[in-house]
Structure formats: C-alpha cells, structure tokens
Ligand binder design. Sequence first.
Ligand SMILES: Nc1ncnc2c1ncn2[C@@H]1O[C@H](COP(=O)(O)OP(=O)(O)OP(=O)(O)O)[C@@H](O)[C@H]1O
Length: 238
Amino acid sequence: MGQNENKIENKIEKKELIEAKNIWKIYGGGEAKTVVLRGINLKIKEGEFVAIMGPSGCGKSTLLNILGLLDVPNKGMVYIKGKKTTMFSENDRAVFRRKISGFIFQQFNLINTLTALENVELPLVLDEKNKNYRIKKAKKLLKIINLGHRENYYPNQLSGGQQQRVAIARALSNNPKIIFADEPTGNLDSKNSREVMDILKELNEKEGITVIMVTHEPEFAKYASRIINMKDGEIVEH
Ligand SMILES: Nc1ncnc2c1ncn2[C@@H]1O[C@H](COP(=O)(O)OP(=O)(O)OP(=O)(O)O)[C@@H](O)[C@H]1O
C-alpha cells in the first residue's frame, strides 16, 4: 500500500476517543442552585490537541473533570471509545484515571516532602511497579523535560516552571494516552509557559498523546489543533 493510502487509512481509523452527550452539571438546590454545564455535546478524537476556552466561571474545569472521570455529570453521558462510562465500575474509572490519563493542574500539586524523582515515581508506586523500573522510568522522564540535574531537589527548591515540568513528568509516568491539563500555565511567566506548551505540543505531535487543555490565554490556545469556546455552561463556538 502506498504512503498516501496509508495516511488515508490512518485518518479513517482515528476514532472517537471521548464523546460527551448532553452533559449537565448542577450544584446545590433551591436558591443556591447553580447550573454550571447546560447540555454540552463534544467529540474528541485520538491524537487531537483541544483547547477549552472561555471566561472565568463558565464551567471549563468542571467539564474537564467530567471528561477525565474525576467528576460525574447530573445528566448526560460520557463515552470512552464508545463505551458508556456509567457502565464503568469504580475500579474501571480508577484504571482509566491511573493508566490511560495523565493530569496536570495549575497548582502543580507536587508532594513537598518528596524529591522530584520521588514525585515522578509516585504513580508507579501506586501501580505496584518494582523499584528498579520506577527509578529508571522517573530518571528518563526527568531527563526528557531537562531536569535530570534536579532529581534530588524538593519542590520548594525548584522554580514554578521546573515544578510544572516535574508535574508533567509525573503525568507521563504511566505512558498515558490522554493528558488533561487545567490551566497548566496559569502560575507561570511567559517564558516558562511557552516551555510547558512546547512540551505538550511535542507530546501530542511526536507521541500521539491526545491533549485536552483548559486555558484562559489565546496565545497558548493557538498550540491546539482545535479551540472550543464556552460561555455560561455552553459551547458557543468550535
Ligand atoms: N463544588 C462546587 N459547588 C458549588 N459550585 C461549584 C463547585 N465547583 C464549581 N462550582 C461553580 O461552578 C462554576 C464553574 O466553575 P469552573 O471551575 O468549572 O469554572 P471555570 O470556567 O473553570 O473557571 P476559572 O476559569 O475561573 O477556573 C463556578 O461558578 C463555580 O463557582
């Protein structure tokens, strides 16, 4: 088969990785009732880099958490590779979060009493990988993000940009297929932000990892292959 045909086949084979159908999220009741998501419909294919944008409070993080199975909607359905996630057991959801997904947050969420190396190793400890494998893998990942020389530093001895890179290495330790990033540059200056975005872009382009990222910043949304704009709990524009 020629190269062109191969390319076409790859295109056809790119499946729906995540589909959200009519997602509603409502907090509280009575006067305190807040409708955060109002019937969101969304499809994300394998290998996409999607940026979710919109004003503060419009429901971006809530949507990301629901797509990443960290949270559940009040109504509607999330499908992972066509499978209804309501059919997932609590264990299936945990496996999806631990083995298929990597999470990156604005606040880095590193453990301050663990070194950079130990932070990256942690998901592998939870995954019961042996010590040799863990250390080898964590060292390799720290090298990839150019922090090999800081493996024994604690988070408070690292700059914000370095901490976020450690958090990325940690998110990569389980070879995830999808990275969920919630304002990954929110606490970084523009130089460090660009570095983090370049890493995400490279992971997407070279490793084929699907990236779903919430951001405020149009400059960084441009790294994505698709931008989804939200307003008041709805998607207003793809
Ligand atoms: N646990 C909760 N209980 C009640 N309301 C909540 C809860 N979590 C979020 N909300 C509300 O849901 C709305 C959407 O929050 P969300 O964090 O998804 O917005 P966002 O678009 O990510 O905002 P930002 O850009 O400021 O992070 C907000 O009005 C928030 O106050």
